[in-house]
Design a protein around this ligand. Structure first.
Ligand SMILES: [Zn+2]
Length: 335
């Protein structure tokens, strides 16, 4: 191996590990509802991935699919290499991470005015913040070939069709998950402080109402300032625990039907009607739709897991721990 190759191998290892670290940190930040910090980690992870891929190609490891299959079967074995630091390795990344550190110390997410849109060159991984003007100064890649991590996309990038489809199918998923499970189990908290299934479903009822109010403001008023007050937290749903399951599902059905009625048949222009949010800056109805769908899907996953964990040790309950079909599936814009 030439010294150049050794350096490329070191970069490949370093950038690959950095990518994994940033991805894991992004997921954790999303979990903690620090969406702008998550967006920063996602951008830094994408920069590392582009860098790793670029170096991998330079090493001649991605020349043809036939060769790739051969290499994959042979079992690639990276040598153990001292990589040096794998994250926070360039000045802009460090500057943005310091801003995130300040926000987190104040127990909040970054605000849109503290973290601009971020762009990552898909060829070399160069980071840029703010407006994307011109080709990559490092490698000449055109703006069109950059990955964007914009504040307005921080909740997801599903379009109206996919959003409506997801909103329409949630009740069906909930019913499949709850069907045949004893009322007692549905109110059971697996650990002290953790919500029961009934509370999780009740929380979705509460959030749907918040979303509909915001949607109404965006559609019916001019550039509304969306209420900065936090949406109801999960622990506000405790009262649902003593309600019959059918009543909670009926409440979900009622609120969701109103929401769907508000959104059905909207034009593209309506979905793009702007408003302002303290954390996310300029948002629109698509942003808020992605927010509610992402929130709902993450709780559906929690529900499915909780249901499984509860039923696995309950032989007397007639519902099986594993459903015949997956209730929450990956979505893409094509749906
Ligand atoms: Zn570049």
């Amino acid at each position: 191996m030439t010294p150049d190759q050794a350096e490329l191998r070191r970069l490949f290892t370093s950038a690959s590990l950095g990518h994994t670290a940033y991805r894991a940190w992004a997921l954790q930040a999303r979990h903690e509802r620090r969406f702008n910090v998550a967006r920063l980690f996602e951008a830094l992870g994408a920069a590392k991935l582009a860098r790793a891929e670029s170096v991998f190609r330079q090493l001649g490891e991605a020349t043809s699919t036939a060769h790739s299959v051969e290499r994959a079967l042979a079992g690639m074995e990276p040598e153990a290499i001292a990589t040096g630091p794998i994250t926070g390795t360039n000045p802009l990344a460090r500057d943005m991470l310091l801003r995130a550190q300040t926000a987190i110390k104040e127990n909040r997410d970054l605000r849109a005015d503290e973290m601009g849109d971020i762009y990552v060159c898909s060829t070399c991984g160069m980071l840029r913040e703010g407006q994307l003007v011109g080709a990559c100064p490092n490698c000449g890649t055109v703006p069109e070939a950059h990955r964007s991590f914009r504040a307005i996309d921080a909740m997801g990038t599903l379009g109206p069709h996919a959003l409506m489809s997801s909103l329409e199918h949630t009740e069906e998923g909930l019913r499949k998950l709850l069907d045949g499970v004893d009322e007692e189990l549905l109110a059971c908290r697996l650990k002290e402080g953790d919500p029961s299934i009934k509370e999780l479903v009740g929380h979705l009822v509460d959030i749907d109402a918040v979303f509909r109010e915001r949607a109404w403001l965006l559609l019916e008023t001019d550039r509304p300032e969306l209420p900065p007050a936090h949406p109801p937290k999960l622990d506000a749903a405790a009262s649902y625990r003593s309600q019959p399951t059918e009543a909670i599902l009926a409440a979900f059905h009622a609120t969701r039907r109103q929401t769907l009625n508000l959104l059905r048949g909207l034009t593209s222009a309506a979905w793009h009607r702007p408003g302002h949010h303290e954390l996310y800056g300029e948002v629109n109805l698509l942003h808020q739709g992605n927010w509610v769908v992402a929130h709902e899907r993450s709780h559906l996953v929690d529900l499915a897991q909780l249901r499984h964990d509860l039923l696995v040790h309950q032989e007397e309950c007639k519902a099986p721990p594993d459903l015949d079909e997956v209730v929450v599936t990956d979505m893409n814009e094509g749906e």
